[in-house]
Design a protein around this ligand. Structure first.
Ligand code: HEM
Length: 400
């Protein structure tokens, strides 16, 4: 098959080739959930779709997957009250997520008398490296009768100095992190997952985010123009930083990870009145190259003696705790009170224990020079299930 042919395989033509189109005919009769089950996983076998990330694996995608340009992050509250209903929700979502990550419609429609089964705005696009990562919040367990399965370490993040959290961006029973190299593909994924779960979940808060990669790749810059994501564990070599190992938590979380998300406003107006020297002192890195202070290249070793004691990087290194940072910038209009930009960083980190995040954030405490320029406005912690094997479903280890 030529590259031209591969590009031409759109969501719809892929469905036709695999015969899923026929399933549309039964949607009216059995409802959407019934159809997803009726279609089974054979019809969703991985295809040679351009720009798609594998759904099945030891771990969920969207964690160590190289970052895409866009995220749509949704925090949900559940309306359901039993483990069985949670299992049914995950069984409904799993084949949909596989399709969304393969760049396919969640189901085709032939009946013009009912609303289309896929909302349709991703039609004609390829998979755009879409990944969908699902996690559960600490508040879920009591609500669905799973109190005994809640890991001891899994509580809401503590209050940190200088936190000004808005309840409108805090907490949640479930999360959907949809990433893609296209904002509409990421949004489409969340929209369709939420849509089929009407009456089972409600969106508590959501945030879109973006990253801009230089041509040919490299570290994206945050809205303060500094390269963000340079110092990160190498996934394959430093597995123990991110993935819960056997015996380290409740058995259902082995192979999973904790996702910490913080909606951090960055005061762009103040930053833009700050000298370059002071900006560099704030992070302990040079703006243009991303190199640690006193060094030439981005990935040169950091000499901690060269860094201001209250710089962000120096303080992050005062604890041995490590994490995988996978953040996105956001720009969401203006703050109603001040008219300032409501813009900043949707900070996302993955670690096998919440304490890793807590230790670093406590190390910043009131000292971090960056505090002058940022305010934490939102916060949540989720436990992301391990990956899915064929014939299984997301969260099976917890909801079976
Ligand atoms: C708006 C808020 C933040 C901004 C703008 C920001 C920006 C940066 C930048 C530019 C770097 C240096 C380059 C790099 O290695 O990526 C950095 C490093 C780092 N940041 Fe942040 N950061 C923010 C919040 C946080 C938070 C909330 C945490 C975790 C609690 C965190 C943890 C780290 C860590 C662990 C490093 C690596 C330090 C090292 O070992 O070199 N950051 N951050």
């Amino acid at each position: 098959m030529t590259e031209w042919h591969e590009k031409k395989i759109s969501r719809r033509s892929m469905l036709k080739m695999t015969g899923i189109g026929a399933a549309g005919a039964i949607i009216g009769a059995s409802g959407f959930g019934g159809v997803m089950k009726a279609m089974g996983s054979d019809l969703t076998a991985p295809k040679a779709v351009k720009n798609s990330i594998a759904f099945y694996g030891k771990h969920q995608a969207g964690i160590t997957t190289p970052s895409q340009t866009n995220v749509y992050f949704a925090s949900l509250d559940v309306v359901v009250t039993t483990k069985k209903e949670m299992r049914e929700l995950m069984q409904l979502w799993t084949p949909m997520i596989e399709k969304l990550m393969a760049g396919e419609e969640v189901a085709t429609s032939t009946n013009v008398h009912i609303p289309p089964n896929d909302t349709g705005e991703a039609e004609g696009l390829d998979a755009k490296n879409c990944t969908i990562t699902i996690g559960v919040g600490p508040s879920l367990f009591d609500k669905v009768g799973l109190t005994a399965e809640k890991p001891r370490e899994f509580t809401d993040l503590p209050h940190f100095p200088k936190d000004q959290l808005d309840p409108a961006y805090t907490g949640g029973d479930l999360c959907i992190q949809a990433c893609a190299d296209d904002p509409q593909v990421a949004f489409h994924a969340v929209r369709n997952l939420v849509r089929v779960a009407t009456g089972k979940v409600e969106v508590k808060w959501a945030q879109a985010g973006f990253n801009a990669f230089p041509p040919g790749g490299g570290t994206p810059r945050n809205l303060f123009a500094f390269k963000d994501g340079t110092e990160n564990p190498v996934p394959d070599k430093e597995d123990h930083v991110v993935w819960v190992q056997p015996g380290e938590s409740k058995a259902w979380l082995t192979g999973g990870t904790y996702l910490a998300v913080r909606r951090i406003q960055m005061h762009l107006e103040t930053w833009d009145r700050t000298s370059l020297q002071e900006q560099e002192n704030t992070f302990g890195r040079h703006r243009d190259t991303g190199a640690p202070m006193g060094m030439k290249d981005e990935f040169d070793n950091t000499d901690e003696a060269e860094l201001p004691a209250t710089s962000h990087v120096h303080l992050a290194r005062q604890t041995k705790a490590r994490m995988l940072r996978r953040s996105f910038s956001y720009a969401s209009g203006t703050m109603t009170q001040t008219g300032a930009h409501d813009a900043g960083l949707l900070f996302i980190s993955f670690q096998k224990h919440p304490q890793q995040f807590i230790d670093v954030q406590n190390s910043f405490g009131r000292l971090d020079k960056l505090n002058e320029y940022i305010t934490h406005r939102g916060s949540a912690l989720f436990a992301c299930f391990p990956g899915v094997q064929k014939g299984s479903y997301l969260g099976e280890t917890l909801f079976k």
